[in-house]
Write a new protein. Structure first.
Length: 367
């Protein structure tokens, strides 16, 4: 595949982010409604993606204005460390894409400290009885004290990073215990994964799998599969444990084998047969593409080339088929699905879809 499309895709990214950075400033876009992003708070799970995007584009353009905005976002995100009751396991996404990136780009010691505090909060969510990191606080009357979710695989790198930075394996041990639990309790045998598994928080006994954002408890929410694919690849990267690489490959095989012709999945891989007009989830495709490129760089050789090629095919389709009409939207990728069953951001642009699309394009550029 020639690289002309990749250059065009990258130009489109830079134009879009330069343009929307003037509109958004240091704020927290989530998903679009009628082409305009709905803004959210600094403690929302999506808060890190906008500063993350600003850093990705800054890394190529060195536009100081983007850096200034990313720093202003981090300042707001770091304040949430004092909002303990609002916080959740997604501090991994939030601080990983803001504070850690700020530390890496600017050697900012305060940002490093914020990320270490977030890692301590994440480690504090570990329940040793069931060997899981609790995902969320309770919402209303819904008791989440025993809930673990697949997305958490993407929060574990905050723990691996913290262990490396402070030269102390405690956080890595917790991350590995959680990842080992996911291998046992979330994998459905064919490479698909559950979204939520509920445990008894006292005894640690597994109670049940729940549908969460998927169609059903035993269906296959496509973004959940993408989180698992990428998350296990990252756990392998930090630990060298082959079981994690095998899991990443197994999920990748399931994901790739079940894609429709245009390489972008429906929002769940196991929808009822008459659901052909169901929405796609371009964010799942973008996350999986970035995860496949991660696997490619970890395994190398001919096998790595196959993962790279699969990622490239997905990204090519996203550029050609899912950015067409993006001038009408504040987002880059169209046709993402946030939460189908609750009718939240359906057939929309999603800030995390845009983030992983841009991350994957950059990886491909230098692969
Ligand atoms: N719960 C995070 C997601 O929608 O992927």
């Amino acid at each position: 595949m020639d690289n002309v499309w990749l250059e065009k895709a990258w130009e489109q990214v830079v134009d879009k982010i330069e343009q929307t950075s003037h509109t958004f400033g240091a704020a927290f876009p989530n998903g679009t409604e009628h082409g305009r992003f709905v803004m959210t708070s600094a403690h929302d799970w999506v808060a890190g993606f906008w500063p993350g995007l600003l850093w990705l584009v800054y890394s190529e353009t060195k536009n100081e204005r983007l850096q200034t905005l990313a720093v202003a976002c981090e300042e707001q995100i770091s304040q949430t460390l004092w909002e303990f009751e609002h916080l959740h396991h997604d501090v991994g996404f939030m601080f990983g894409l803001s504070s850690i990136k700020q530390y890496e780009h600017l050697e900012d010691e305060a940002a490093k400290r914020h990320a270490l505090m977030a890692a301590s909060l994440l480690a504090g969510r570990f329940n040793p009885a069931g060997s899981f990191i609790r995902a969320w606080p309770n919402w209303g009357n819904e008791d989440h004290s025993g809930w673990a979710i697949i997305d958490c695989m993407m929060n574990l790198p905050l723990l691996y990073w913290a262990s490396e930075v402070i030269a102390d394996p405690r956080y890595r041990h917790i991350a590995e215990l959680h990842a080992d639990m996911v291998l046992k309790e979330f994998m459905q045998g064919d490479g698909s994964v559950h979204h939520i598994v509920a445990f008894d928080p006292e005894t640690g006994a597994r109670v049940e799998a729940l549908a969460g954002q998927g169609y059903a408890a035993d269906s296959a929410w496509s973004r959940g599969a993408a989180w698992a694919l990428y998350g296990f690849a990252l756990s392998y990267k930090y630990t060298g444990k082959e079981t994690y690489l095998e899991a990443a490959k197994q999920v990748a095989q399931f994901f790739l084998a079940n894609l429709p012709a245009d390489k972008v999945p429906y929002w769940d891989f196991r929808l009822p047969k008459d659901s052909d007009d169901m929405p796609r989830d371009s964010s799942a495709a973008a996350i999986a593409a970035s995860g496949l490129l991660e696997i490619a760089s970890l395994v190398g050789t001919d096998e790595g080339l196959r993962y790279k090629q699969a990622a490239e095919e997905i990204l090519f389709s996203l550029f050609h088929n899912y950015t067409e009409g993006q001038e009408e939207s504040q987002g880059l990728l169209l046709h993402g699905t946030g939460y189908f069953m609750k009718d939240i951001h359906v057939d929309a642009s999603l800030i995390y879809g845009d983030y992983y699309y841009v991350e994957a394009l950059l990886k491909l550029k230098y692969a």
